[in-house]
Design a protein around this ligand. Structure first.
Ligand code: MCA
Ligand code: AMP
Length: 513
């Protein structure tokens, strides 16, 4: 079981020349491979010195920085469990995650130390550190005194490496547990399938423009670069002009569809700027065919769309090599090597090609379950061990997977997931609100955004903008519906169920154009 520790496997991909640049940032900092190795060893030794129980959760809510990446690597090295949290989460969300995951260590931005540490100490966490995006904070102050040598702790492939919270249709977020084996197998498959070019002459250069608290930016992008010894051009926040400026020096870019839409609005994005590029990857939300075609016309490159989930990492991909088939816009491609994917009807019977049903998957990348939710886990797997994704789709006659909808009530906005049930729960508690429904409607920038439809209590006259302002004080900003309407009643079917499809149709044109 050597190299079952994911860090050890990633480390094996580092180039022979450890003094070459591994990461170059948008503020002009250069980090060598040796820097990554040594600084993550120091952080690992700091974690060791805390004498934590094995597989402790290390919860991290910090702005994107290379040091935050080092902390991820350090957590892997020590065999603890990395728990990244979106920087947009507010106190109610953080309180829930900390209470549920019971982390032994919490790392937050200095500016949030007051409220985060209070929540953490209340939940029994003994160690709270700060880490800022300018290389300051108590975490680094402490780590600087630690040795820069550290041997990665031996881990089995079934041992946990990370927990990623994904919101739930019932309102309660679930922590998807991912093992060293899940993440490593997926990284290795993608390295081969996407033709990552190993270190040395002609090596890949990745533009890293995504946040590092979700699968796309943290695992798909970073593992690919580290495992192949490829340099990263590292951007703290997505800036389309900076991406275009870097394109002539890069070979790989990954983004959610919103990033592609925003890049297309840059007149300087041309065939010439993309001359060196070999791969543009899109995922996390559906890429509109219009964007796919527009990109082809403007740059001469065909975006490779792929599909995945927090629970499974990557599942399908359009082909990289022409020999494996064309990249078909509007599809998420073929199941990756080693991934099983089937489409079933509601009775659990397999459907033939072309027919629409629930997508189920299995493979070495599929998570073992949700953190401390055995019953929920059992519900999400079939009796024969396939994971029910909640996505609805079909497999076409060429074997390509199309996602046509979701059985889970979920909005994907700019690549972030928003669960209507969670927002409705908060709305229903606000003064003057009798009931509410949140639906997703098309949006030119974010793909889809939430719209809230609220029914007032008798004699109450809640103000739509004030309701949104109240939500904003409690929830991550990307979850706030972009519009709110107060209506006399919600449309219901004969069973009394709210007909969200009618609301979606009614508000579909709100953001048109
Ligand atoms: C920001 N805003 C949003 C979103 N982001 N509204 C809806 N949806 C969003 N995604 C709003 C803020 O609330 C704010 O509103 C205003 O936009 C400006 O906020 P700011 O932070 O400045 O926005 P931005 O920097 O322009 O961010 C947009 C973004 C970002 C770059 C598209 O959302 C982003 O990085 N998205 C990528 C998400 C991602 O990595 N997903 C991968 C998940 P106000 O001014 O009213 O407060 S991994 C996954 O899904 C699976 C596994 C997979 O397959 O990959
Ligand atoms: P998350 O919970 O953040 O891991 O989001 C996973 C969900 O994102 C999937 O279940 C899909 O609904 C969606 N998703 C990811 N990639 C794609 C894609 N290329 N096209 C459509 N939906 C996608």
């Amino acid at each position: 079981m050597s190299h079952s520790n994911l860090y050890a496997a990633l480390r094996a991909g580092f180039p022979a020349n450890l003094d070459s640049t591994a990461v170059e940032t948008d503020v002009g900092l250069h980090y060598s491979w040796r820097d990554l190795e040594r600084a993550s060893a120091m952080l690992a030794n700091l974690l060791h010195s805390l004498d934590l129980p094995p597989a402790s959760r290390i919860a991290v809510q910090v702005e994107k920085s290379v040091e935050a990446l080092m902390l991820y690597l350090a957590t892997l090295r020590t065999g603890h469990v990395f728990l990244p949290l979106n920087t947009a989460y507010q106190s109610a969300e953080i309180e829930y995650f900390i209470g549920d995951a019971q982390p032994a260590v919490v790392v937050c931005s200095g500016k949030n130390f007051g409220w985060v540490s209070k929540l953490a100490f209340k939940a029994g966490t003994q160690n709270v550190f700060t880490l800022n995006d300018d290389r300051t904070g108590s975490l680094l102050e402490r780590a600087v005194h630690c040795s820069d040598q550290h041997a990665a702790v031996q881990r089995g492939s079934d041992d946990l490496a990370a927990i990623l919270y994904t919101s739930g249709t019932t309102g309660r977020s679930k922590g998807a547990m991912l093992t060293h084996g899940n993440l490593l197998s997926n990284a290795q498959v993608l390295k081969d399938y996407w033709g990552w070019r190993p270190q040395g002459e002609g090596a890949d250069v990745l533009i890293h423009a995504l946040p590092i608290f979700h699968v796309h930016g943290l695992f798909v992008a970073i593992h690919g670069a580290l495992l192949s010894g490829s340099k990263m051009l590292w951007m703290a926040r997505f800036e389309p002009k900076q991406v275009v400026a870097w394109l002539p020096r890069a070979t790989v870019f990954m983004g959610v569809p919103t990033l592609y839409v925003r890049l297309l609005a840059e007149p300087t994005l041309t065939r010439e700027t993309c001359r060196q590029m070999r791969l543009f990857v899109a995922g996390s939300a559906p890429l509109l065919l219009e964007t796919f075609k527009h990109w082809q016309e403007r740059t001469g490159h065909t975006i490779l769309e792929r599909y995945g989930m927090s629970e499974t990492a990557m599942l399908t991909s359009n082909p990289y090599l022409a020999a494996d088939g064309p990249r078909r816009g509007g599809t998420v491609g073929l199941p990756l090597p080693g991934v099983g994917l089937r489409v079933q009807d509601e009775a659990g019977q397999p459907l033939p090609p072309g027919e629409i049903g629930g997508i189920e998957v299995r493979g070495p990348n599929v998570f073992p379950g949700y953190w401390r939710m055995p019953e929920k886990t059992a519900q999400e797997f079939t009796a024969d061990g396939w994971f029910k994704t909640g996505d609805v789709g079909k497999i076409d006659e060429h074997g390509y997977v199309h996602i046509v909808g979701r059985s889970k009530d979920l909005i994907i906005s700019g690549g972030y997931n928003v669960y209507p049930a969670e927002i409705e729960g908060y709305l229903n508690e606000l003064p003057g609100v009798a009931e509410s429904a949140v639906v997703g409607v098309p949006h030119p920038d974010f793909g889809e955004v939430g719209v809230a439809v609220v029914v007032a209590k008798p004699d109450a006259q809640p103000d739509a903008d004030a309701l949104l302002a109240s939500l904003k004080a409690r929830l991550a900003n990307f979850k706030i519906p972009k519009r709110c309407f107060v209506v006399p009643e919600l449309p219901r079917n004969t069973m009394g169920k709210v007909q969200k499809n009618l609301l979606r149709d009614k508000y579909a044109g709100l953001f048109a154009g």
